[in-house]
Design a protein around this ligand. Structure first.
Ligand SMILES: Cc1ncc(C[n+]2csc(CCOP(=O)(O)OP(=O)(O)O)c2C)c(N)n1
Ligand code: SF4
Ligand code: SF4
Length: 1303
């Protein structure tokens, strides 16, 4: 075997380079500066004249060329990017695209799985493969989506073992799942590249944002680790890693900062395929590829791998690979030099930038190095001697190269890690640098001792500004610098955070950007088109020859949240890996944001501010604006423009889409391009983007562009606004803050976060374990609906269906006695309540306008035309007051059976106002679950949409009853949810058994030695009998609470019972997740739970795609649907999870569609919960990803049609009902098939994409689906012994009295 291994050869250049490094290291040892080392870039300005210089806050001018009087900013001719290749193509793209382009060009095979923010790379390669794009070998990449990252890594390993050039893309939890196979791939010395958008890990909370926690968790697997610091580097280092892995046989993790680099759009120079081909045609790569293929598993030259070894040989084999790692550094240098040769851009594994005689140096890896570099330039221009040592190659670590790059003058070093290793003696990069310096100093006793400290920055994309880097340098200058510190937050608990910089305080607003950089911010609402329009604008600007950068920040909501687009452009290369701090141009696309958020906080004095508002004269605007904003405007003195963009959009036929209007205005006021040219380019891009939607849509957008500029109004800010005095807001009284942890959380955490000021919160306000109180969405009052429903009492038949279908619990029935209505607002009209036991009450349907999303589902669902959508402004005041009054009315939950459609809606929904999309099909199921069992629910929630709308800081939509009971909710991970839920169920049952035993012991004890009151004894006796009955047992459990509290001190056993009193309440454990979880990544665990026989319930919210990550295919995706990762349309049928579950014979299985049959789903949930073993409820959940052509308000009709055509069957399989010829465990709830499946499919874009692209293939697949639907329906009829389409009736619920078999 040994002889088959290819020992990588060094190229002459690589040897030369390593020699140079060693020489430089030696120079460093003897105290000379490493000037002669080729890759050391001294970026300090030669004369200081052109460098940014420190200016006192008072004389900060607006950056960029001053605006001429016509308010148009003009630009000088763009300068070429330093290090660029003459004639190279400059294209604005994000880091993911920059990387994916290279990965696609040089790989034949990829196995993918979605995870934010790496997903786009998988989507791109899938798309390109579907388009039959060829890579440099002339092949179309083979792209396969796997069921999980575990699977992707396994398949990758297999493809590599078969001699393929294979790659994949992942991060965070996905990367963690790859660890076992990463060891294998490295252990077998296999060339491979894994591209990682480095992201935070799920610990006290999940975060999709960027840091190095994930990559640092795989640093021990034997993969080389190469880090890109910018979008351009992501492109270049991607190629370096693919080259270096071939050269070295060591697999590479190529990583860059998730979201920051992966999603930052920047103008980069693209390496063309011809250059890549030329490189790969070099003998060294041809040999390496040949060698890789020759080692493949092949029966014509067989070998075995992966055998077992014992103590005698394992160790030696492991050490045998050392020389590959020893050589890898040189190969990276050689590959970098080759990339330099084709691009003109110089790279080194360690790059020093700064003063050649720097006294203080920061060592850092990733995009943060660019912020440090800006700080270094700023400080050196102000007389300091500082530098930054950028680390690109973290593994294999090359101590000599680090020493070579470090200026000998550096007496103080700070290593910044973008990760946190709790309990360690320092983070990994710090430890590595310390070890290197220590070993060197021990080996060279006469050498200078360096003072080294370490700190953390930028976790989960926390902003890291040049100002923070300056603070780090200032710390280094202290006599005793702080160690193990954090920067960028306020740690008022363990006091480890650095104070704000004195030299470059953030508040001073000093820009360290290249001169002439123009900065813009656009505040928009999620899905209003602002982000898309800005992406287009940046392309137009970039393609016109300017350097451009764009970054988009979002709040926690899935839709209707705030988006802020941060755009920069100018003549010089822009790095700045942080948000815009001082905007030259601010657009506020939603009028309400002016009052709600501090949108003006980051505007440069004298900058341009454009507001989309219905108040287009300054007087009316003045009446609307709060004093604080008017004062701010007066102080900032911006050039203020107002435009009623909504009116322009409406007049142009674009409805509420104001993005094109605001874009045109931007081009007019920014002056980035001559306006005629800008408009021509804008129209061209519109034509390209909307062509597919037809000429009318193109014309409407063009019309909006034409009408925009004339609708713009220049407003003069009245001098009187400057004289306004604003009183400080009184803080809440301490007593209220301390009233409960919930209110404390709301006041101290939720409210600042909702005002987008979470960055300012100190450590002390958070619970360190990440636990949060329920019920915080009640204070959000997002007011995102343009239209809200109002109730037409005269038409209402009191069915409660509107409330049943509402995804946000924003419409509810009220029942009140005449007396209770005495204080009602005059507009709170009611009708006599209908139904047994309700005759003394009045009935009303009430909407909360501030919580409604305007989805229109309720108005569509109402069978009686008793709801009408009206503009929110017309009813906001009255209906808000009515809602507030309705919430004070007593709950009337015991008047009707709650397991009915109407009765369920008289129960308080214990999830409300979640951030799910308008019309979401998932939330109504969970809302119903909380109405049926909410006060005893425990939910184990898989990661997915339901975990995001179920709990994204600070919005916690699960809430409690007045007594404080409500769903206890937890998300562990995506992949382990079934097992996590099973653990909760088993753990709870075990603890309750112990409690029951304790109760029985107490009851059996001699009353003389253990005296209890008769009331406590009799209640305990009753509970001990009924403890498994959730109704009676829990009622007794509640009654026991005060009794135990009163008597707890009378005996130790009573104290034990008192301490366990929360278990008197029987819980209902539900394992909830989406189809991606249930059908794919979590299926192994789910199957195990199905087979467990435990009393546990599973709810699958089947949107037929991975909705949360943007709509990738799962095994629940139906045939022919086009989803992400199935760009060519899915060619396999949907997996039948119900059939799999039913095959166990003892699992309760229901297939439901809430919108299609309200009664059936209510019944199914009640039965499932009662069933004494495992239950599985499959829920058809319409989702925005389906692309329903008439919008989500049609989800009800669509769902009905899905059931009628057999696309989604309704059934319940209840093993408690024994087949006896009369009763059947399988109940088919669908009626006879009717309607046309093809018509259903024609309503949804996911099916129509293929129909447009390949109508023959689509037609064939639709036929196949239709046939399969009929075959399945016949099978169901057979199972139901012909008894289908029977009404939902109580009769078959023989199981009701069945006692749980476990517990
Ligand atoms: C191991 C791992 N891989 C990938 C992800 C990223 N991820 C989070 S949610 C999700 C999709 C969830 O889809 P689904 O289960 O269908 O639920 P939905 O969002 O549709 O409700 C993915 C891929 C993750 N969190 N963990
Ligand atoms: S419009 Fe939508 S969110 Fe508003 S009350 Fe109706 S169903 Fe609920
Ligand atoms: S399931 Fe679909 S509609 Fe619901 S929140 Fe997720 S993406 Fe939005």
């Amino acid at each position: 075997m040994e002889t088959q291994l290819h020992v990588p050869s060094r190229t002459a250049k690589a040897v030369k380079s390593v020699k140079a490094n060693r020489q430089a290291a030696v120079s460093a040892l003897v105290g000379r500066t490493p000037r002669s080392v080729s890759h050391v870039v001294c970026a300090a300005p030669p004369d200081g004249a052109s460098a940014p210089s420190y200016k006192a806050p008072a004389d900060i001018p607006a950056s960029g060329t001053p605006a001429p009087s016509n308010n148009v900013v003009s630009y000088t001719t763009p300068q070429p990017v330093s290090g660029s290749k003459p004639g190279a193509k400059q294209v604005p793209m994000d880091g993911n695209e920059a990387t994916a382009n290279i990965a696609y060009a040089v790989s034949d095979v990829s196995f993918i799985y979605p995870i934010t923010p790496a997903t786009n790379m998988g989507e791109m390669v899938d798309q390109w493969a579907a388009e039959k794009r060829k890579n440099v070998f002339g092949n179309v990449m083979s792209v396969t989506e796997m069921e999980s990252e575990t699977g992707a890594a396994g398949a990758l390993h297999g493809a590599l073992a078969a001699g393929s050039l294979a790659t994949t893309f992942t991060c965070s939890q996905g990367l963690l799942l790859m660890v076992p196979n990463m060891y294998k791939i490295a252990g077998e010395l296999t060339p491979c590249v894994l591209h990682v958008t480095a992201r935070a890990l799920a610990k006290h909370a999940l975060s999709i944002f960027g840091d190095h926690q994930d990559v640092m968790a795989v640093r021990q697997t034997g993969w080389a680790m190469l880090c890109s610091h910018s979008v351009q580097e992501a492109h270049d280092m991607a190629l370096v890693s693919h080259l270096a892995t071939l050269r070295s046989s060591v697999p590479f993790v190529h990583f860059f900062d998730g979201f920051r680099t992966s999603h930052e759009i920047n103008t980069i120079e693209v390496i063309n395929d011809a250059d890549i081909k030329t490189l790969l045609n070099k003998p060294i790569y041809q040999d390496a590829i040949l060698h890789h293929r020759s080692r493949a598993l092949n029966p014509t030259h067989p070998h075995q791998r992966g055998t077992a070894q014992g103590p005698d040989v394992y160790f030696q084999c492991a050490e045998g690979a050392n020389r590959f790692y020893d050589a890898a550094y040189d190969h990276v240098v050689a590959a970098m030099e080759e990339v330099t040769a084709v691009t003109g851009r110089k790279y080194a594994p360690f790059e020093y930038v700064g003063a050649p005689d720097a006294e203080r140096v920061i060592v850092v890896m990733g995009s943060g190095s660019q912020a440090v570099e800006e700080a270094v330039n700023f400080m050196n221009a102000n007389g300091h001697k500082v530098g930054v040592l950028k680390v690109r190659l973290f593994r294999p670590w090359n101590a000599e190269a680090l020493l070579a790059a470090m200026p000998a003058s550096a007496a103080r070093v700070c290593v910044l890690d973008r990760t946190k290793e709790s309990g360690s003696g320092g983070e990994p990069l710090y430890q590595q640098v310390c070890a290197t310096l220590h070993e060197y100093e021990v080996a060279n006793p006469d050498s200078k001792r360096r003072y080294v400290v370490g700190g953390r920055f930028g976790l989960a994309s926390k902003e890291f500004l040049p100002s923070h880097a300056v603070a780090v340098f200032e710390n280094l200058a202290l006599q005793r610098p702080m160690r193990d510190f954090s920067v960028g937050i306020v740690d008022d608990v363990t006091h480890r955070s650095l104070p704000e910089s004195k030299l470059l305080p953030i508040s001073a607003g000093i820009s360290t950007l290249p001169a002439g950089t123009f900065e813009c911010m656009f505040w928009g609402m999620g899905s209003d088109g602002t982000v898309g329009a800005n992406k287009e604008a940046i392309k137009i600007i970039g393609n016109a020859g300017l350097q451009a950068q764009a970054y988009f920040s979002y709040d926690a909501h899935k839709s209707g949240g705030v988006t802020v687009s941060h755009l920069r452009f100018g003549p010089n290369k822009i790095a700045a890996p942080y948000l815009v701090q001082q905007a030259d141009y601010l657009a506020v696309n939603q009028q309400s944001y002016l009052a709600k958020y501090d949108t003006l906080a980051n505007v440069k004095p004298g900058g341009v501010v454009v507001v989309n508002t219905t108040f287009t004269n300054v007087d009316s605007l003045g009446k609307y604006l709060p004093d604080k904003i008017k004062k701010q405007l007066a102080l900032l003195k911006p050039r203020l423009y107002l435009i009623d963009a909504l009116a322009v959009a409406k007049a142009s036929g674009l409805g509420k889409h104001v993005n094109m209007v605001m874009q045109t205005v931007f081009f007019q006021l920014s002056g980035v391009l001559p306006i005629d040219k800008a408009i021509a380019l804008l129209k061209k891009s519109i034509t390209k983007a909307y062509e597919r939607k037809g000429p009318e849509v193109v014309a409407q957008n063009h019309a909006a562009v034409d009408a925009a500029i004339s609708a713009l109004v220049k407003a003069e800010i009245p001098a009187s606004w400057g004289a306004i005095t604003t009183a400080p807001v009184n803080p809440e009284p301490e007593s209220k803050l301390n009233a409960s942890s919930r209110w404390e959380f709301i006041e101290k955490v939720a409210k600042p976060m909702l005002a987008l000021e979470g960055d300012k919160l100190p450590v002390s306000v958070f619970s360190p374990e990440g636990f949060v109180p329920p019920g915080t969405t009640a204070i959000e009052k997002r007011s995102i609906a343009a239209q809200v429903p109002v109730w037409k009492a005269e038409n209402c038949t009191q069915c409660n269906i509107c409330s049943f279908v509402c995804p946000h619990a924003a419409i509810r029935p009220s029942l009140a006695s005449a007396g209770e209505l005495s204080g009602a607002p005059s507009t709170f009209n009611t009708i006599n309540a209908k139904g047994p036991g309700l005759s003394d009450l009045k009935y009303r349907i009430q909407v909360s306008p501030l919580d409604c999303t305007g989805c229109d589902l309720c108005t569509h669902a109402c069978p009686d035309d008793a709801l009408k959508s009206v503009p929110i402004n017309s009813v906001l005041e009255t209906e808000s007051a009515n809602w507030n009054f309705a919430t004070t009315l007593p709950a009337r939950k015991d008047l009707m059976d709650k397991a009915t459609v109407k009765g369920s809606q008289l129960q308080q929904p214990l999830i409300e106002f979640s951030g799910a999309c308008e019309g979401c099909g998932e939330t109504p199921y969970v809302k119903l679950l909380t109405q049926l069992f909410g006060d005893r629910l425990i939910i184990a929630n898989a990661t997915g949409c339901s975990s995001i709308w179920g709990g994204s800081a600070p919005a916690n939509p699960y809430t409690t009853t007045e007594e404080g009971y409500g769903p206890a909710w937890a998300n562990s991970l995506f992949e382990d949810n079934a097992q996590f839920g099973l653990g909760i169920a088993v753990g709870t049952v075990q603890r309750r058994r112990t409690l029951h035993r304790h109760v029985e012991e107490l009851l059996a004890a001699d009353p003389k030695t253990l005296p209890v009151t008769e009331e406590l004894r009799s209640t305990l006796t009753a509970w001990a009998e009924k403890w498994q009955d959730p109704e009676e047992g829990n009622r007794l459990g509640k009654a026991l609470q005060p009794l135990l509290t009163a008597e707890r001190h009378h005996h130790p056993l009573l104290e034990v019972l008192y301490n366990e009193r929360d278990l008197l309440h029987k819980a209902s454990v539900w394992i909830v997740g989406g189809d991606g979880w249930a059908y794919d990544i979590g299926f192994g665990g789910l199957d195990h739970v199905l087979a467990s026989g435990e009393k546990v319930n599973i709810l699958v919210l089947d949107t037929e795609v991975y909705s949360n990550t943007g709509g990738q295919r799962s095994k629940a995706t139906p045939m022919s649907a086009v989803a992400k990762f199935a760009a060519g349309g899915k060619d396999r049928p949907k997996k039948d999870l119900g059939a799999i579950a039913m095959s166990y014979g003892d699992v309760y299985v229901a297939s439901t569609s809430l919108h299609a049959n309200y009664g059936q789903v209510t019944k199914a949930l009640a039965e499932a919960e009662r069933y004494p073993g495992v239950s599985l409820v499959l829920c058809y959940a319409p989702c925005i990803m389906h692309g329903i052509s008439s919008g989500m308000c049609s989800a009800i009709d669509e769902s009905k049609m899905a059931v009628e055509t057999g696309y989604w069957p309704l059934y319940r399989y209840n093993p408690s009902i024994k087949e006896d010829g009369v009763h059947h465990p399988f109940q088919l709830d669908s009626k006879k098939l009717k309607g046309d499946l093809e018509e259903l499919l024609s309503h949804e874009n996911r099916f129509q994409i293929l129909n447009r692209k390949a109508p023959d293939a689509a037609g064939k697949m639709h036929h196949e689906m239709d046939d399969a639907v009929h075959v399945r329906f016949d099978k169901f009829k057979h199972l139901a012994a012909g008894d289908f389409a029977s009404p939902i009736k109580e009769a078959e619920a023989k199981d009701a009295k069945t006692q749980p078999k476990k517990e």
